[in-house]
Write a protein that binds this ligand. Structure first.
Ligand code: F6R
Length: 603
């Protein structure tokens, strides 16, 4: 996820930086701007936050320009460095492009463009867009951008400026947001309304496949066929602070609602004809021909690792061990050349996880990292990395990154299984459909989850239970509730209750049970009856249509009927929303819970 801002109609360079600053929550590993003067393109871009860019610009901040585009980056292709920062340029340094999203076919496009003589300088997917616009430019910038986007596969919001076209800037979108506005003297475009509302509250949200041509006095919207479309003006009432959160009260809620998009981005470019492909692992497949997999992580990432194990075992029996990093690093572990170590860390900076990586490497083991932060320590020390491409997670409690981790881990399981001859087109297809399912589910069920959460807000202890793949979901649900609502919550394998924890239960100790229609459903229902017999109130996550279970529980949250392996995704979201609404009803500091840090860099 990155932030894009641009204006046309006259202003100071500093206004580009100010606009960008309001989008910094969308990405902050590098920042850059571009503007043109007298047919010459000026670009300033650097690693670091927007304020560092401001320092670099220094006296140029007061320069008057007609138009400019700006970008704050969260890397997906290419480590954060000055070359990979946006804007990216064409061979002649006439065209500047800023981009948010993932171009899935960029390797193929780059190869073709190189054969045609284009010279590439960065590792980004974005640079192909600048060269495509260069290739198609014939005096008409809109037309060149239109032709360029027809070649692109994947997701994008792009802004394009051409040094020879001073009276126009062009933007285009597919699946990454862009908003356009004008006050009649200047026109603006940005990734969200935050930097626009001080100029105009009447905005147009570009739709997928649309382009916007901005001139000083107005903007026009076109389909990718070139046909002009009528503008749908929205009047925005949000405050700037609310706009940053997309109108949601907290970043956590916004990030939960981003989950369908996160799944799409994690899948992007990794499925072809119902088979998983990981370009990142090309030439490395021999390291996947293993007979043992160790998974190491902390907290939420550890729970994602546990689900990986359960999922992999549905594909084939396999020797998989999942361990928390703070334990693993002190163990006398066995590793040989047929052991693969998968290390999961959203931040890529968790101290215990990094020490575990060093232990594995000192024993000659191979490390495959799964991370959200390009260039983080983990990704530099691992042999290979698969990025989840979730964009920055601002809320301390991990939500969308967890869903991104699960998505990549499922793909990885399928990919490793393929090296042993496995073929599961049905599962790949189910993953492809998941973003839409998740989206519909959130639209239809968020209110119910909120109502149930508000009903249980007065309780101080919760027991989360599940079986099989949904046992780690129980652990994760309990963790979410603990960390943001400061409520005691424990997660257990439902079958373990009678070995001790059931002694805790009474009418003051509710049970959150995952009882979806998988192969362990009947066993789960027996466990639920055991808890009911102790007078516990039971909130159950059930599959739509299961009315029979209602007799044994107090409150139901229904999820749609799915293949069993997909339930952990939706169950995870239910528990995240439940924890969120309990914490919100108590008016707590949800995005920054006490005693916690986003990146745990101490042991
Ligand atoms: C919980 C949470 C933590 C992290 C854990 C590992 O919501 O965010 O439990 O999952 O600290 O962090 P990473 O994945 O950055 O290594």
């Amino acid at each position: 996820m990155c932030g894009i801002y641009g204006f046309i109609g006259g202003g100071k360079v500093e206004e580009l930086v100010n606009g960008l600053k309001k989008l910094e929550y969308r990405g902050y590993d590098s920042a850059g701007i571009a503007f043109a003067k007298n047919g010459k393109l000026f670009v300033e871009k650097h690693t670091g936050k927007v304020d560092q860019l401001r320092n670099f610009l220094d006296s140029d901040l007061s320069l008057r320009i007609n138009a400019g585009i700006a970008h704050t980056r969260w890397a997906s292709h290419g480590i954060p460095n000055d070359l990979n920062a946006h804007p990216q340029m064409d061979c002649q340094h006439k065209i500047a492009v800023v981009h948010n999203g993932i171009i899935e076919n960029y390797i193929q496009l780059r190869d073709e463009l190189e054969i045609e003589g284009h010279i590439f300088v960065s590792q980004t997917d974005t640079e192909v867009i600048a060269h495509l616009v260069e290739k198609y430019f014939n005096g008409d910038l809109l037309e060149a951008v239109r032709k360029a986007i027809l070649d692109l596969e994947g997701t994008y919001a792009i802004g394009v400026l051409h040094a020879d076209v001073e009276d126009e800037i062009v933007f285009a979108r597919r699946k990454s947001p862009l908003v356009v506005a004008t006050d009649g003297k200047r026109s603006y475009c940005a990734s969200d309304v935050t930097p626009l509302i001080s100029s105009s509250r009447d905005v147009v949200f570009l739709e997928d496949g649309q382009l916007a041509k901005l001139t000083a006095e107005k903007f026009e919207i076109f389909e990718s066929s070139g046909k002009a479309v009528e503008k749908k003006i929205h009047h925005v009432e949000w405050s700037e602070k609310a706009a940053e959160k997309g109108g949601y009260k907290h970043f956590m809620l916004k990030e939960i609602h981003e989950e369908p998009r996160v799944i799409s981005d994690a899948l992007a470019g990794r499925i072809s004809k119902n088979e998983v492909i990981f370009r990142e692992l090309e030439g490395w497949s021999s390291n996947l021909n293993v007979n043992k997999i160790n998974v190491i992580a902390c907290g939420t990432s550890y729970h994602a690792g546990l689900i990986f194990k359960y999922f992999f075992e549905t594909l084939r029996p396999f020797n998989i061990e999942v361990e928390v990093s703070s334990e693993y690093r002190y163990r006398n572990v066995f590793i040989d050349d047929r052991t693969l170590t998968i290390v999961i860390s959203q931040s890529g900076e968790t101290a215990d996880t990094l020490e575990s990586v060093r232990l594995v490497k000192s024993l000659g083991g191979k490390v495959l990292a799964i991370s959200n932060v390009v260039g983080s320590t983990l990704t530099r020390e691992a042999d290979k990395t698969l990025y989840i491409n979730a964009g920055p997670e601002i809320s301390v409690a991990s939500t969308k990154a967890y869903v991104g981790q699960l998505t990549v881990l499922y793909l990885l399981a399928l990919y490793i299984d393929k090296t042993f001859g496995g073929d599961h087109p049905d599962i790949v297809e189910s993953l492809r459909k998941l973003p839409e399912i998740m989206d519909n589910f959130m639209i239809s069920s968020t209110e119910t989850i909120k109502e149930v959460a508000e009903k249980y807000v007065g309780y101080t202890n919760f027991m989360y239970i599940g079986r099989g793949m949904n046992y780690p979901s129980a652990l994760e649900g309990a963790l979410k509730l603990k960390e943001i609502s400061y409520t005691n919550a424990v997660g257990y394998q439902a079958g373990e209750l009678k070995h001790g924890p059931i002694a805790l239960l009474d009418e003051k100790f509710p049970v959150m049970a995952v009882a979806v229609d998988d192969k362990l459903h009947n066993k789960m229902m027996s466990n639920i009856l055991e808890t009911k017999a102790r007078n516990a109130h039971v909130v159950a996550i059930l599959t739509e249509g299961d009315t029979e279970a209602l007799k044994s529980i107090n409150d139901a949250i229904y999820v749609p009927k799915l293949p069993s392996h997909l339930y952990p995704f939706l169950v995870g979201t239910v528990f995240q929303l439940f924890a969120y609404y309990v914490a919100d009803a108590r008016d707590l500091n949800i995005d920054m819970p006490r005693n916690l840090a986003k990146s745990v860099t101490i042991e």
